[in-house]
Design a protein around this ligand. Structure first.
Ligand SMILES: NC(=O)c1ccc[n+]([C@@H]2O[C@H](COP(=O)([O-])OP(=O)(O)OC[C@H]3O[C@@H](n4cnc5c(N)ncnc54)[C@H](OP(=O)(O)O)[C@@H]3O)[C@@H](O)[C@H]2O)c1
Length: 341
């Protein structure tokens, strides 16, 4: 096994119509929501450090703590040096409906809702356009053509540059792509979440659509840092994620132990192996790392220094075979909104 010490920063295309981006994007969700408390100053410092390291894509959702995450990114962009601010590309999800208690109540992909969501996001981010705009989940009551058509109008008006998709299946991808150019599909993809491989990835590749992969560390589960005794705050996604429950958790952490042996042999961390594996899946895939501290960011960026040869990949596959995880990647009610397992 060999470790490459040259960082591979070559930009990757977001599909045939999207921008070329730094090979890792920064997912900012955990800086506001779903993984317990985050430190605001450290979050902003992490965004600045990411831009300084060359990261271009900053991913968010307008529903991450009801606008909090967009305002955080807006503040980070305003306080960044001009050159760094200009290199940043915003990737924004919309459509999820919340109430003041934070409860989730479905999705809204109607054209008038799309325009409304976009108007608020532009304001919160403090930008004159959003680089990639996408509905977080398909609204079952609104044909995807109408939602994508509304974003395409925002593209014509200059408020959005590119249209993305999130967690939709093969048929929806085809219908969306027949409506307007699609830059990338956002989808959970990791060593233990490989549902995208069977039907979805062949379609994105056929249509020249890129993939922004999230949950590459399975929300910290396969980062090498998660321990069974970790106390999760109320509202932490992991407190009700099937993979973090009871026997499933120990089963999944045993997979991490198998991965750790490979990481140790290569002199890298478990998180770096997991991120490098997603990077190795193809130039059309851009992992979004959910680092919310500079320390975690540095570790994530180190994955760009890791090269995996055929024997490494075989060893990883043996340690963590596809479908090895115990438990679905979302609770049942949320699985129902996904285009693939
Ligand atoms: N389209 C969608 O449906 C969807 C869904 C979810 C997320 N996303 C996007 O994808 C982004 C990434 O997703 P994610 O946050 O679930 O991904 P992730 O990278 O799998 O998980 C992030 C969590 O892993 C832990 N971690 C441990 N070591 C790490 C390291 N070296 N680097 C980064 N994180 C490390 C962190 O938890 P601790 O800080 O607690 O240690 C962090 O909160 C999100 O920020 C969001 O923008 C999209």
């Amino acid at each position: 096994m060999t470790t490459n010490t040259t960082r591979t920063n070559t930009p990757r295309p977001l599909g045939t119509t999207g921008p070329r981006v730094f090979p890792l994007g920064l997912g900012c969700m955990g800086m506001s929501a779903l993984y317990g408390d985050a430190d605001r100053a450290e979050s902003i410092a992490t965004i600045h450090a990411a831009l300084e390291a060359g990261v271009t894509l900053l991913d968010t959702g307008d529903f991450y703590a009801m606008g909090h995450n967009e305002m955080l990114i807006g503040e980070a962009l305003r306080s960044a040096p001009a050159a760094r601010r200009e290199q940043a590309l915003t990737s924004v999800k919309f459509g999820a409906l919340r109430d003041p208690d934070g409860n989730w109540s479905g999705y809204d992909g109607r054209p008038e809702a799309v325009r409304n969501f976009a108007a608020y996001s532009l304001q919160r981010l403090g930008v004159d356009h959003i680089d990639v705009y996408r509905i977080a989940r398909l609204d079952p009551d609104v044909p995807i053509e109408e939602t994508v058509g509304a974003i395409a109008e925002l593209v014509e008006q200059g408020y959005v540059r590119h249209i993305g998709l999130s967690e939709v299946g093969a048929d929806t991808i085809r219908r969306a792509a027949a409506t307007a150019p699609i830059s990338d599909l956002q989808f959970e993809y990791s060593l233990i979440s490989r549902g995208i491989e069977e039907e979805v990835l062949p379609v994105t590749r056929e249509l020249g659509i890129g993939v922004t992969a999230y949950g590459v560390l399975s929300r910290g589960l396969i980062s090498g840092h998660f321990t069974p005794d970790r106390k999760l705050a109320a509202g932490d996604f992991r407190a009700f994620s099937p993979r973090f429950q009871g026997d499933n958790l120990q089963h999944n952490l045993n997979l991490v132990d198998a991965l750790r042996k490979i990481a140790e042999q290569k002199g890298v961390s478990v998180a770096q192996i997991a991120i490098a594996w997603v990077l190795s899946r193809g130039e059309d895939i851009v992992p979004l790392v959910g680092a919310r501290t500079r320390e975690r960011l540095t570790e994530s960026l180190g994955a760009l220094d890791v090269s995996l040869d055929a024997s490494d990949l075989a060893a990883i596959e043996q340690a963590v075979p596809a479908d090895a995880a115990a438990g679905d990647r979302y609770p049942a009610a949320q699985m129902a909104h996904l285009g693939s397992k």
